[in-house]
Design a protein around this ligand. Structure first.
Ligand SMILES: Nc1ccn([C@H]2C[C@H](O)[C@@H](COP(=O)(O)OP(=O)(O)OP(=O)(O)O)O2)c(=O)n1
Length: 270
């Protein structure tokens, strides 16, 4: 690997952070970011804005362990409480006498997107960057491949690093990185998703209970005449013997006819 120029540009200052003029004077071949485009140089600041690249991983129950591949300009979103890995479009190739500082643009930060991953790039780093971010805000954050949301500042070291071996960085989001964080409950968002599913189940169960009660009520109304007859039959069949068993209802003696005056009577008189 040929070591990139440590001079960077002719207008490079002896020390200090690179200014916009230093960035603008760079030739593409010498630039520490590739591809290097003038539109990436910040209008107001002394930074170059790195863009969202072709891979992103957003933690959710649905995404599992799958990295999303983004075509040019493709959109994705990060919901409140979701965690994500975002690969940069550019490869950074930092000379051994420079160090880089990275962040997220304030306009995106104000939405609640927090940079969890590191804030610097080591001298002699060569590769794409992976930003680990978290949506700590209240709204869904919509992003696209190509959005320049990661500022990069470069400054010179007082002398060149002693290490001469390149620190080889990323060219994609490694599967191992996702496996490490894609547990069932990595984020508050995943917990909220689970709760939502459970709430839907409860609502379904409640409406099922209402339907069942209504159905039973209709059934009861329909069969109540038959129930009444059946109940009367039962009473008529079983109640008399039970009543007699309780109240001793032996059949009463037939009534005696009253004595008549003309009828012969038995007499002991003589
Ligand atoms: N969002 C970021 C931040 C940093 N890096 C790269 C550039 C750094 O030079 C490299 C190492 O970063 P750190 O030194 O912060 O991380 P570690 O010390 O954990 O890494 P290592 O053990 O590889 O030194 O990772 C990256 O790809 N994405």
């Amino acid at each position: 690997m040929t070591e990139p120029s440590t001079s960077g540009t002719n207008s490079e200052p002896i020390d200090g952070f690179w200014s916009d003029a230093t960035w603008k004077a760079l030739k593409s071949a010498d630039a520490p970011v590739k591809p290097f485009k003038l539109e990436g140089i910040d209008r107001d600041g002394a930074n170059y804005n790195l863009a969202i690249g072709e891979e992103v991983y957003v933690s959710s129950l649905a995404s599992g362990k799958t990295v999303q591949k983004l075509s040019e300009g493709a959109a994705f979103s990060i919901a409140p409480g979701q965690f994500a890995f975002i690969l940069t479009e550019e490869e950074v190739e930092l000379p051994f006498d420079k160090i880089g500082f990275i962040s997220i643009r304030a306009s995106i930060k104000f939405l609640g997107l927090v940079n969890i991953s590191g804030f610097h790039i080591d001298p002699g780093y060569k590769g794409k960057l992976i930003f680990a971010v978290y949506n700590a805000g209240p709204t869904i954050i919509h992003l696209r491949r190509g959005d320049r949301i990661f500022p990069l500042w470069i400054t010179n070291l007082n002398e060149r690093m002693q290490r001469t071996a390149w620190k080889v960085g990323h060219d994609k989001i490694p599967a191992s990185m996702i496996t490490a964080i894609s547990g069932e409950f990595t984020t508050a968002y995943q917990l909220a998703e689970k709760l939502k599913v459970a709430q839907e189940d409860i609502v379904q169960l409640k409406s099922f209970k209402v339907y069942l009660t209504a159905l039973l009520a209709v059934l009861f109304i329909l069969i109540s005449p038959f129930l009444k007859d059946a109940a009367l039959n039962v009473v008529n069949t079983f109640w008399p013997p039970i009543k007699c068993a309780i109240f001793d209802c032996a059949a009463p003696a037939p009534p005696q006819p009253p004595p008549s005056s003309g009828a012969p009577t038995t007499s002991n008189k003589g």
